[in-house]
Design a protein around this ligand. Structure first.
Ligand SMILES: C[S@@+](CC[C@H](N)C(=O)[O-])C[C@H]1O[C@@H](n2cnc3c(N)ncnc32)[C@H](O)[C@@H]1O
Length: 493
C-alpha cells in the first residue's frame, strides 16, 4: 500500500464485486462512494444494483473523470464537503448505502509528506474525540472519514460499508458507543490485504447500520469475505472494547486487578555487551570468552524462547550488574573487578545508549530489575506472539532465569505457588478473559496492562478445587503444598 498523500490504492474490481455481494440484499435507492478514485465500487453497484442513483466524490480530477462513467462524480475534497447538505440527490429517498475504500494514510504520514490533504483544523473536533478515545493523535485519515460520515448521516437510516484496517473498525465502534450514535448493528469481514493490496496490515470490510431502533455497538466478525458464519463478535461491552463478546460475558467476573504484580523482563539497550552466548562458557557474539564474576551472570531467555518453549537448556547469559535500577555501578570496581573491567572496556556502547531513560542514571544501569528478577521460579509469557503461551521456569543450577524486555513474568519464591498460578492462568477462565481482551493484530498483543487484569484470586475461588489441584500437581508433586498455595490464592482479594 503506497504511503502517498492520497493513500491512493484502487480496489481491484473482483474484490469490489465480492464485497458488494456480501452486503445485505436490499434495493438501494442511493449509493455514495466518498473518495471514489476511478470508481470501481460505483461500477460494481451499477452491475448489481442498476436502479440505484450513484454519486462519487474524488479529489484527483483524472480519477473523477474516469469514475464519472459510473455515476455523478463531484471533484472535491471530502474534507470541504458537507455530506448531508452538498449532495443534490435526484432520486426519491430510499435505502441509502455508502461504500468505498478511504485513503490508507495516517495523519503523521501526511505531515511528513508536507501534505495539505487533511481536514482543516477547525473541522477536527470530532477527530479529537477519536484521539481521546484511542489515546493517539496519530489517527488514520480513514478514521476521520468514518467519523464524518457517521456524524453527518446520523439523522437518517444508512448503511456504511468500507474497507479499513481492523484497528480503525475497532476505534470506530468505540467512538460510536461513547458518542451514543444511532448504530443498530455492524459486521466486519476479514480481507486478505497481502493478496489484494500487498499490504502487511489487518484489513476488513466494515459495515455499520445507522438508523432508529435499539443501539448495538458490537460487530459480528467473519473470518473471510464470503464466510456464511461469524466466528466471533467484537465490540463494546460495559463501556469497554473487547475482542470476543461471548468470551468476555463468560469471564468478566475475573476481569479485576491481579493480586500479583506482573513484571517486564530486563531492558538494557546494549545486547552486544550485556548478552553473551553459551559455548563452553559465556562468549561475546564474536566468540571471545568472557571471564567475569559468576554472581552477575544469569541464564537469559528471549520472548521467542518462551513462546517456543526452548527453555530446557541455557544458550545465552545476561550480565545483570545491578539488583536495582537505582544501584550505583561504580562500586563494581571493588566488588566485581573483572565485571568492571569488562564494562569499562565496552563503555562506548553503554555510554552511547540513546534513550533518555539512561540520562542522569548510574553509568551501566539497566531497567526492569528488582527483587523479582532474582526470584527462583517464574511464569513467563511473550508479549509479541499471537498465541498466549505461559511457561513455568525454574532455576538453572541454582540460578534464576532472566528475560528480555519483550517478555512478561510473575516471580515466585516457591515452586508450588508457581504451579498453582500456572494452573490458574492456563485454565478456561483465564483463557476466555485473554481471548476477550487481546487484539492479536496489535504489534504487542499481550501487555502488562492486560495481564494485570487477570484476577487469579477470583479464578481460584470460582474453580473446582479438585481439577485445579490436579492441574497444579501435574506441574508440582506435593498435594499439601499445592493445597496451601491454593488457599493463599483464594484468600487474597
Ligand atoms: C484507497 S483509494 C480508493 C479508491 C476507491 N474508493 C476504490 O476503492 O477503488 C483512496 C482514494 O481517495 C482519494 N482521496 C484522497 N484524499 C481525498 C480527499 N481529501 N477527498 C476525496 N478523495 C480523496 C484518492 O485520490 C484515492 O483515489
Amino acid at each position: 500500500m503506497p504511503n502517498n498523500e492520497f493513500g491512493d490504492f484502487q480496489t481491484p474490481i473482483e474484490l469490489a464485486r465480492a464485497l458488494v455481494s456480501a452486503l445485505p440484499r436490499r434495493r438501494w435507492a442511493r449509493v455514495l462512494e466518498p473518495t471514489c478514485g476511478v470508481g470501481n465500487f460505483l461500477s460494481v453497484i451499477g452491475e448489481q444494483h442498476p436502479g440505484a442513483e450513484r454519486v462519487g466524490i474524488e479529489v484527483q480530477p483524472e480519477y473523477a473523470a474516469a469514475a464519472s462513467t459510473f455515476g455523478r462524480v463531484v471533484t472535491a475534497s471530502i474534507f470541504d464537503f458537507d455530506l448531508a447538505r452538498d449532495i443534490a440527490w435526484t432520486s426519491e429517498p430510499g435505502p441509502m448505502l455508502v461504500v468505498g475504500n478511504p485513503p490508507w494514510v495516517t495523519n503523521s504520514q501526511l505531515s511528513v509528506l508536507g501534505s495539505s490533504n487533511r481536514p482543516a483544523r477547525a473541522n477536527t473536533d470530532n477527530v479529537r474525540g477519536i484521539d481521546a478515545i484511542t489515546g493517539s493523535s496519530n489517527f488514520d485519515i480513514a478514521e476521520y472519514i468514518w467519523v464524518k460520515l457517521l456524524t453527518e448521516f446520523s439523522d437518517r437510516p444508512v448503511t456504511i460499508a468500507m474497507i479499513c484496517k481492523t484497528q480503525v473498525a475497532r476505534n470506530i465502534l468505540l467512538y460510536c458507543a461513547r458518542r451514543q450514535l444511532p448504530v443498530t448493528g455492524s459486521s466486519l469481514r476479514m480481507i486478505d490485504a497481502k493478496k489484494w493490496f500487498a499490504a502487511g496490515v489487518d484489513a476488513c470490510w466494515f459495515s455499520v447500520e445507522l438508523g432508529p431502533g435499539k443501539t448495538d455497538y458490537t460487530a459480528q466478525a467473519f473470518p473471510s469475505i464470503d464466510a456464511s458464519q461469524p466466528d466471533s463478535r467484537i465490540g463494546v461491552v460495559d463501556g469497554q472494547l473487547v475482542a470476543n463478546v461471548a468470551a468476555y460475558e463468560r469471564s468478566k467476573h475475573f476481569d479485576g486487578p491481579s493480586p500479583l504484580i506482573w513484571r517486564q523482563g530486563i531492558k538494557h539497550d546494549a545486547s552486544a555487551v550485556m548478552e553473551l552466548t553459551e559455548n563452553n562458557g559465556p562468549r561475546t557474539k564474536l566468540g571471545t570468552g568472557v571471564d567475569i564474576e559468576a554472581d552477575y551472570l544469569y541464564p537469559l531467555f528471549k520472548c521467542t524462547d518462551v513462546y517456543r518453549d526452548k527453555l530446557s537448556m541455557v544458550s545465552r547469559w545476561m550480565i545483570v550488574p545491578q539488583s536495582h535500577t537505582g544501584d550505583d555501578t561504580a562500586q563494581l570496581a571493588d566488588s566485581a573487578p573483572k565485571l568492571w573491567k569488562y564494562l569499562t572496556d565496552n563503555a562506548i556502547a553503554l555510554d552511547g545508549r540513546k534513550s533518555s531513560i539512561y540520562r542522569n542514571r548510574a553509568r551501566f544501569c539497566i531497567f526492569g530489575v528488582g527483587p523479582y528478577t532474582f526470584a527462583p521460579y517464574k511464569i513467563a509469557i511473550s508479549g509479541f506472539h499471537k498465541v498466549p503461551q505461559f511457561r513455568m521456569v525454574g532455576p538453572y543450577h541454582g540460578k534464576p532465569a532472566v528475560f528480555d524486555d519483550t517478555t512478561y513474568l510473575l516471580p515466585f519464591e516457591d515452586a508450588t505457588a508457581c504451579a498453582v498460578a500456572y494452573a490458574l492462568l492456563t485454565g478456561q477462565e483465564s483463557t476466555d478473559l485473554i481471548a476477550a481482551l487481546a487484539f492479536w493484530d496489535s504489534k504487542r498483543p499481550v501487555t502488562k496492562k492486560l495481564l494485570q487484569r487477570i484476577d487469579l484470586s477470583a479464578i481460584a475461588r470460582a474453580s473446582d478445587r479438585r481439577t485445579l489441584r490436579e492441574r497444579a500437581l501435574a506441574a508440582n508433586s506435593s498435594i499439601d503444598a499445592v493445597d496451601q498455595a491454593i488457599d493463599r490464592f483464594t484468600s487474597r482479594s
